[in-house]
Design a protein around this ligand. Structure first.
Ligand SMILES: [Zn+2]
Ligand SMILES: [Zn+2]
Length: 77
């Protein structure tokens, strides 16, 4: 049994996600997204797809990036 890093639930089918050398254990994708997924700087949506980056900022889509004044970005899904 492992414990979810987000909600503290003990569950026998947890999984680990590793990013930049740091591993966290979750009981569901919902919890993993809540902790690991970046947030769009423009519309605050959780980015669970590829997202786009520009000027060191992260957005859910090229439209949000351009609305926020970051130009030269296209979706790279
Ligand atoms: Zn959880
Ligand atoms: Zn957005």
């Amino acid at each position: 049994m492992a414990t979810c890093a987000h909600c503290g639930n003990e569950y026998d089918k947890t999984f680990e996600i590793t990013r930049e050398g740091e591993s966290k254990t979750f009981d569901s994708f919902e919890c993993a997204i809540a902790v690991m997924a970046p947030t769009c700087e423009h519309c605050n949506v959780r980015i669970i797809g590829h997202g786009v980056e520009g000027d060191g900022r992260v957005f859910c889509c090229a439209h949000c990036a351009s609305e926020a004044g970051v130009s030269g970005i296209s979706d790279r899904a």
